[in-house]
Design a protein around this ligand. Structure first.
Ligand code: DP6
Length: 420
């Protein structure tokens, strides 16, 4: 190991997207290796709007492994994180940078300590799968730094051991996590079904719902479901295998009606399993239910579904619209039913791809106040408005997989290896 001086810092910076499952993973057959009881399918979200950036650095000058998340130092002792680290380190290869005179032999990697800095471009606590993007980014960046020869699928099997859903963030577009059969988990990997360009009409609107209660974590929630729910077994054995085949076909043919029907049904069944758990788990709240009923009412008033909705282990709604025109109509409805508090700036209430606001025809709060009631509710009881129930909306689309960024975008100082 070494170079002309022992002061060098070698680093890699990467960006990794988050993903939303349209066929949910819920339940493990192996807690330690994180092996699921069913396949799952997800859509990768555009990293321009939701992503994690991670810099991993190595230097003979580092005296211990250290990590910073959003600028704050955090512990690296978690078992899952250590599993990923062990898996990656054991696969490290020889590395040489002739120009800088750095040479690291395979065996030397074990002796070198790491500095890791990670940053989410969206609120970590908003329940938007930050751990999936975070772990996938750590695995992807470190694999590059350690000069691993493994492909994305093999890396997905390592990310999986950090958090199940993280394995699907190794690819862009539409991704399937194959549950696998092997006891050692070697065939429990993610594969890409189609890239993000395959179906680029889709527009995704996320309602970040104001949550007052603390949720049950996915990890403990699914453990409880496996122990106490009878529905989960039926779901994993009878329902999901058929749905996965149908969902793959819907994605391949860009058949939005089937896609929406399957995604909504699967989200609803996942939450039914949560309710079937003892004690019952309530991830959705009143606002989530109001959003479902708004979308369902609209979908039923049209000849075919316009929007799909799906909810993970929290109250936030992820809605997938057929195209931009439908997304604008959706946002119009959402802003009508869920206007912000009067003192809110519209610019901070709708974030991500804001250009969609032009299609909605709103420029400021006055325009939001004047939005007409959606035609499908006109003749019914007076339409309900729930001011302040949604914290903000994020407009995005299906997006690309992980990418390596340039050193100028690094989160660590190239000389000290400490956060910039
Ligand atoms: C509802 O991947 O967070 O989002 O594997 O225990 O870390 P662990 O769980 P996690 O569970 C995600 C559950 C879900 C559905 C999904 O993403 O498929």
């Amino acid at each position: 190991m070494g170079g002309q001086s022992e002061e060098w810092v070698l680093m890699v910076t990467a960006q990794t997207p988050t993903n939303i499952a349209v066929i949910k993973y819920w339940g493990k057959r192996d807690e330690k290796l994180i092996l699921p009881i069913n396949d799952s399918i997800s859509v990768t979200l555009d990293p321009d709007h939701l992503c994690t950036t991670t810099t991993v650095a190595v230097s003979p000058g580092f005296d211990q492994d250290r990590m910073w998340l959003n600028g704050k130092e955090i512990s690296l002792l978690g078992g899952r994180f250590q599993s990923c680290l062990r898996e990656l380190r054991s696969r490290a290869c020889d590395f040489e940078d002739e120009k800088r005179g750095i040479k690291i032999k395979k065996a030397d990697w074990e002796k070198l300590n790491l500095h890791i800095a990670s940053y989410n471009n969206f609120p970590t606590a908003a329940g938007l799968a930050s751990s999936a993007a975070g772990l996938a980014c750590f695995v992807f960046a470190l694999a590059k730094l350690l000069n691993l020869k493994e492909d994305h699928s093999q890396l997905s099997a390592i990310a999986r051991q950090g958090s199940g859903s993280a394995c699907r963030s190794l690819y862009g577009g539409f991704v399937k996590w194959i549950m696998g059969k092997e006891e050692n988990g070697s065939d429990s990997i993610a594969v890409q079904l189609a890239d993000e360009k395959h179906w680029d009409d889709l527009v995704i609107v996320i309602a970040v719902v104001s949550a007052r209660q603390k949720e049950t974590s996915s990890t403990s929630g699914m453990q409880d479901s496996c122990k106490t729910s009878m529905l989960i077994q039926h779901r994993a054995k009878e329902v999901v295998p058929k749905r996965v085949i149908q969902m793959e076909e819907a994605i391949e043919k860009r058949d939005f009606s089937s896609f929406a029907r399957l995604a909504c049904a699967d989200s609803n069944q996942f939450h039914a399993v949560c309710l079937d758990t003892s004690p019952p788990i309530f991830y959705m709240n009143d606002t989530s239910h109001k959003i479902i009923s708004c979308v369902e009412k609209w979908n039923r008033s049209e000849e075919s579904p316009q929007v799909a909705y799906t909810f993970d282990a929290g109250p936030n709604a992820v809605m997938i619209a057929r195209n931009r025109k439908t997304a604008a109509l959706l946002l119009q409805r959402l802003l009508f039913h869920f206007p912000p508090h009067s003192d809110t700036d519209l610019n901070s209430y709708v974030i991500g791809d804001k250009s969609i606001l032009q299609d909605v025809g709103v420029q400021d709060m006055k325009d939001v106040d004047n939005l007409p009631a959606p035609p499908e509710i006109k003749d019914n009881i007076p339409p309900q408005k729930s001011k302040g129930d949604v914290s903000y909306f994020i407009c995005t689309r299906p997006g690309r997989g992980p990418t390596v960024l340039s050193d100028s975008q690094a989160l660590l100082n190239p000389e000290t290896g400490l956060p910039k």
